[in-house]
Design a protein around this ligand. Structure first.
Ligand code: GLA
Length: 726
């Protein structure tokens, strides 16, 4: 960090973020990009002066064109006619004038664990409101090695009256808007985080979620890039938000070619009553710049997530999950048989999914009754836990803690804990209702009932599911802050459990990847990436996810063929090769697998175990744009860079289709590598050659028939090559 006069320069390893305090007490953004020398600011302050006749400026300074300035944060009704980052109200009205007061170094604190840890420097630019006792702090946290800057905003009410906070974005970034494009990661259940690319035109683009969760429809991660950027080249900035509730992404390209980027809690329906003496702290926003294309940006985000978001650093066992294996048809005998096979095959964890509690034979009952179903487990889960333990396997179980079924003892005893409004239209989802986590008793009930199971039944692992979105909300006259308070309540419960049980692994899940976000990753080392386990769908979902999140956070299970979600048939190798690019596991009835596949599974698990730290902490590069091309091509490298894998997912066999050329990345230029794998491919070459010339896969078709060495390049096939430094 370099501060001189009224300039502030934040440096990470490869980037600089620069702004200054103007003579009128605003924070003016000057630069965010590749690292530049400290104090070399002169070219940044030579401003365009494009004053329109109808522009606004302070009455004594016509050169201070408010609409044309790049601000670090903006306020409604202060002459900035773009969308603004903050809207407050009190008895006097909506005009609040914040003016720079001081710089504060260090002292940033959050109320819960949903925040990044281990920053190198925290600095706040402190503003005071001119006619009220209100303090605003714009916090910047530097994560030097990850090239990440995190931002958060604090509003402190030292006045005598309450303030209504109607909008409070986590950050604003005003940059040049010319020749830029936007990448967002949108989708649905079973189709999460599909990359969508759009040019940024004049006007405003607003997306986000209103369902109470970060959502499968619009992930909080997005990218703003130069129009010609791709995986390997071009400037780009990746953004994310450490939050699991309603969020908003807002981009506005204005008359002066500026681009205002903002992200934060979705202000639609939001209104927080900030009582006197209290402080409101926004979720943290996260940004990273890279001039090395999307791969460079993703590397930064991956590093940041692994080192500053995910807390759990213990082992991640290779697991067998019972959901697609037996669904609700589970009982102790069946699971013991599965455990026998699981131990022979090399699994380290058995996760008992939905159906072990209450009277849950289908999805209509029992949510909330977290007591073992004695019909299925007469001697409790502990019997199974002891059994699997004798086979060196740990036990995990599924919970959907935030939910309640009408048909449950919990509902009989506490109907007021459910979010149900009697009325003409009673809205339900999967036949269930959401518990009101803003209520202290509810949070205490969750912590105590989950703790009881963890302790009594000797549980090492919880799959934490969340299968419906919000409709009715509680909160009465405070309904505008209900969804925010709900998320805070959730973080409190998760924080309490992770504090109590440091050995406990929590898997995040929300109908698959509906809450794949940095907030949940503060408590869960990984998230169930999607309920769709078909390799072709997964290739899309995993590639989309990889833009913002590392492989080590994606749970990827091999499942049956035909696939249960798509009915698509795929070979064992294809299913395994796609699932290998994440935290590997399985969900199929292995007692019904044929011997050949079972042996293959055992071999994959063995290989994966020796490789698992490379997958969890290694590097991941996209070598193609699988969303637009016939092939997904992924390169993974171990941390030392001397071995790795290339996975190619070939969508369609196309006769006379020009053969795929693969240019590797991240190798040492003057080291020699050997590439071997599918078919007869065996190449030895220098890193520089493999990165610049690359190598080709054989042509599929030679004019009369499939060429010998390309018979593997058929429809919907994932193949693998190994990279070894010599
Ligand atoms: C959700 C999850 C699945 C499974 C089921 C159980 O759909 O995403 O993985 O746990 O619930 O009901």
């Amino acid at each position: 960090m370099y501060i001189k006069d009224n300039f502030i320069q934040l440096n990470t390893k490869n980037t600089s973020y620069i702004f200054r305090i103007t003579k009128r007490g605003d924070a003016e953004h000057l630069y965010y990009g590749k690292r530049v020398p400290d104090g070399d600011w002169q070219p940044m302050v030579e401003k365009r002066s494009l004053l329109l006749v109808n522009s606004l400026y302070p009455s004594d300074d016509i050169s201070y064109g408010i609409d044309d300035m790049s601000f670090e944060y903006s306020f409604a009704h202060r002459g900035d006619s773009r969308a603004c980052a903050m809207l407050l109200k009190d008895d006097k009205g909506e005009v609040f004038d914040f003016v720079f007061d001081s710089i504060q170094k260090g002292g940033l604190k959050f109320d819960n664990k949903a925040c990044a840890y281990g920053s190198d420097e925290d600095i706040a630019v402190v503003f005071k409101c001119t006619d009220r006792k209100l303090t605003l702090k714009l916090w910047y946290s530097v994560f030097y090695d990850s090239d990440v800057i995190a931002r958060t905003v604090q509003l402190i009410n030292d006045g005598e009256t309450d303030i209504s906070v109607d909008n409070i974005m986590s950050y604003q970034l005003d940059i040049d808007g010319q020749d830029k494009k936007l990448l967002t990661f949108d989708g649905a259940w079973a189709r999460e985080r599909y990359k969508t690319e759009k040019s940024i035109e004049y006007g405003r683009y607003v997306s986000g979620s209103l369902s109470g969760m970060s959502s499968a429809e619009c992930n909080p991660f997005f990218v703003v890039a130069q129009i010609n950027a791709d995986n390997t080249k071009g400037d780009c900035i990746g953004f994310n938000l450490i939050y699991s509730g309603n969020h908003k992404i807002s981009l506005q390209r204005d008359t002066y070619e500026g681009l205002r980027i903002m992200q934060g809690i979705n202000d639609e329906g939001f209104c927080f009553n900030l009582q006197k003496g209290k402080t409101f702290t926004t979720p943290q926003g996260v940004m990273t710049f890279s001039c090395d294309g999307y791969n460079g940006m993703s590397q930064n985000m991956h590093d940041f997530v692994l080192n500053h978001i995910v807390r759990y650093k213990g082992e991640l066992p290779v697991m067998l999950n019972t959901w697609e294996a037996v669904y609700f048809g589970l009982n102790v005998d069946k699971l013991k048989t599965i455990a026998d096979k699981a131990s022979e095959t090399g699994f380290e964890m058995l996760v008992v999914d939905d159906g072990w509690f209450g009277k849950r034979d289908d999805d209509t009952t029992s949510l909330g009754d977290w007591v073992v179903d004695k019909r299925k487990f007469p001697r409790g889960l502990k019997e199974l836990a002891d059994y699997v333990k004798s086979k060196n396997i740990k036990l995990g179980i599924w919970f959907e803690p935030e939910m309640i079924s009408i048909e449950s003892n919990l509902y009989k005893n506490h109907p007021d804990w459910a979010l149900i409004n009697s009325g003409v239209r009673n809205i339900t989802g999967r036949g269930q209702y959401i518990l009101d986590l803003t209520k202290k008793q509810v949070r205490e009930y969750l912590v105590s009932s989950i703790s009881k199971i963890v302790e009594e039944q000797k549980i090492d692992y919880i799959k934490w599911d969340f299968n419906r979105r919000f409709a009715e909300i509680g909160g009465g006259k405070d309904s505008g802050s209900f969804l925010y308070n709900y998320v805070e309540g959730l973080y409190e419960v998760l924080g309490e459990l992770t504090d109590r049980y440091s050995h406990l692994i929590i898997e995040g899940c929300a109908s698959g990847g509906g809450r794949f976000d940095l907030g949940m990753l503060c408590f869960s080392p990984f998230v169930w990436t999607s309920d769709n386990t078909n390799p072709l769908s997964r290739a899309h979902i995993q590639e989309g996810t990889s833009y913002g999140y590392p492989m080590g956070t994606m749970l990827c299970h091999i499942s049956a063929s035909p696939n249960h979600q798509t009915a698509r048939i795929s070979t064992f190798d294809t299913r395994a090769n796609v699932a290998y690019n994440g935290i590997f596991g399985c969900q199929m009835d292995i007692t019904k697998m044929n011997e050949e596949d079972l042996q293959k599974l055992s071999k994959v698990i063995e290989e994966y175990k020796s490789d698992k730290d490379n997958i969890r902490y290694g590097k991941f590069y996209r070598l193609s744009d699988g969303f637009n091309k016939n092939d997904f091509v992924w390169q993974t490298m171990n941390s030392s860079g001397d071995s790795g894998r290339i996975t190619v997912y070939h969508k369609r066999f196309m006769p006379v289709y020009s053969s795929l050329r693969i240019k590797l990345t991240g190798l040492k230029e003057d080291a020699k590598y050997r590439i071997t794998g599918a078919g007869k491919l065996d190449i030895t070459a220098y890193g520089s050659t493999l990165m610049n010339s690359g190598f080709s896969l054989p042509q599929n078709y030679n004019g009369n028939n499939m060429s010998d060495d390309a018979t593997y390049l058929v429809d919907d096939t994932a193949i693998v090559f190994n990279i070894k430094k010599l």
